[in-house]
Design a protein around this ligand. Structure first.
Ligand code: ATP
Ligand code: MG
Length: 405
């Protein structure tokens, strides 16, 4: 089947009042970024729809990409014809010939956006339906539960026909909510949290703490590769790796065991906040889920958040582990997340961290280390990489990878 265009419909966008135009512009540029390597496309964002003129490009490949663009409610491959009944009938026949291989029920659903067009919706449904019944023996009409619904949209610039409506990713265009710093480990939860934040329009920069030689090159590569998977939803992502070895060693040496975890997390959060200030991030995001482990109780969150006034947002807070795993599998991050490379937290996790740390005690324990100096040196050692979808970082020949797959 050949199609002329993909018609993109907006979801929640339409309720955004005065921001509407900037939302549509942003969606347009995100669609453009997602399709940057299709050379013949023309992309026209409009107030009601965005039209992607295919000019011969492969519509199935284009649609595959559109599925990952947030802010799209649904889209349809369409034929566009002149405002003339004979042209509509010819296009409808072409579509039916390609789609109908066995007995099929159908209905025509006409929308006359331009009321000046002389044929009204009832007449169009009736005439076009009659024409198709004459041409295809396998077709019969069912207006209540048709196998196939042909949508005919009459607009000022032409008439659009479509038979397929594919659900989009929903959410809001990435970037419309501003920038956030995502604390990305190599685990299951934080990539899912990142996906959910992007879905609500947040443009993320990843902050990843690594502690060589306690953590391997592979652990760092895994976090980068997870970022490449997530970049499918936004085009590209900045990955900021922060050396954390000195902080962890110092904390381990000086802080009482019960507060090791809390002080370590406070340090991570301080560093993420410092990066947010430098890079104009509006909030910190993490993959914490209430009650999942010792550091994820409300008391613990309070003792850790004590170091900042920036919002710390937790997209998977109320999700059960199984719910998170399900999303991770859909996103294709799960396989990577379960690769057994030690994360910097796991290496230094004390056997019995406090589930109810106290804020005043956490502050006292933190006084035992040189917070300022450690932060300065960690920030001096950061490295920033721009990661694109499909970038590869893990050595796939690794035995462990082979074993798991
Ligand atoms: P995840 O699966 O995301 O690793 P988790 O359930 O294993 O989460 P923790 O390891 O306690 O939980 O980490 C809680 C959150 O702290 C993570 O979701 C992530 O946002 C952040 N975090 C942990 N380790 C790191 C790291 N090395 N770099 C950046 N952020 C981290
Ligand atoms: Mg973890």
């Amino acid at each position: 089947m050949h199609y002329d265009e993909i018609m993109v419909r907006y979801g929640e966008l339409s309720t955004k009042g005065r921001n509407r135009k900037s939302f549509i512009d942003r969606l347009g540029s995100n669609i453009r970024a997602a399709l940057h390597d299709f050379s013949d496309l023309e992309i026209h964002p409009g107030p009601a729809r965005t039209h992607i003129v295919l000019n011969g490009d492969d519509y199935e490949a284009v649609m595959q990409r559109l599925k990952n663009v947030f802010g799209i409610q649904s889209f349809s491959p369409v034929l566009k014809v002149d405002r003339d009944f004979a042209a509509v009938a010819a296009a409808a026949e072409e579509m039916m010939a390609a789609l109908v291989k066995q007995p099929t029920t159908f209905k025509i659903q006409t929308r006359r956006a331009d009321k000046k067009f002389p044929i009204d919706t009832f007449t169009m449904n009736d005439r076009l339906g009659g024409d198709l019944l004459d041409h295809f023996d396998q077709l019969s009409v069912d207006v209540h539960h048709p196998d196939l619904e042909m949508r005919v949209e009459i607009r000022r610039d032409g008439i659009y026909l479509s038979c397929e409506t594919i659900p989009g990713a929903g959410g809001l265009p990435v970037g419309t909510a501003g920038k956030g710093m995502m604390m990305l480990s190599g685990g299951i939860d934080s990539p899912v949290a990142a996906y959910l934040a992007m879905k609500r329009g947040v443009s993320l920069e990843m902050v990843h703490f690594y502690s060589p030689p306690y953590t391997s090159e592979q652990a760092l590569a895994k976090a980068k590769e997870l970022t490449a998977r997530l970049a499918q939803y936004c085009g590209s992502i900045k990955f900021i790796q922060v050396p954390f070895t000195e902080s962890q060693e110092d904390i381990k040496e000086k802080v009482p065991e019960g507060y090791l975890m809390t002080v370590q997390r406070r340090m991570m959060l301080r560093l993420a906040v410092a990066l947010a200030h430098r890079r104009r991030g509006l909030a910190i995001f993490n993959g914490e889920s209430l009650g999942q482990v010792a550091s994820q109780t409300m008391q613990s969150m309070r003792a850790i958040e004590d170091v900042t006034t920036l919002p710390v947002l937790r997209p998977v807070l109320s999700y059960d582990k199984n719910e998170i795993i399900k999303i991770a599998k859909d996103l294709d991050t799960y396989d990577l997340s379960i690769l057994p490379y030690e994360d910097c937290c796991t290496v230094f996790t004390p056997p019995r961290p406090k589930t109810k740390p106290r804020v005043d005690r956490a502050r006292e324990c933190e006084d035992l280390i040189d917070v300022h100096g450690l932060m300065e040196r960690a920030l001096a050692g950061i490295k920033i990489t721009t990661i694109h979808p499909g970038d590869e970082f893990l050595n796939q020949n690794e035995d462990v990878f082979a074993e798991l797959l």
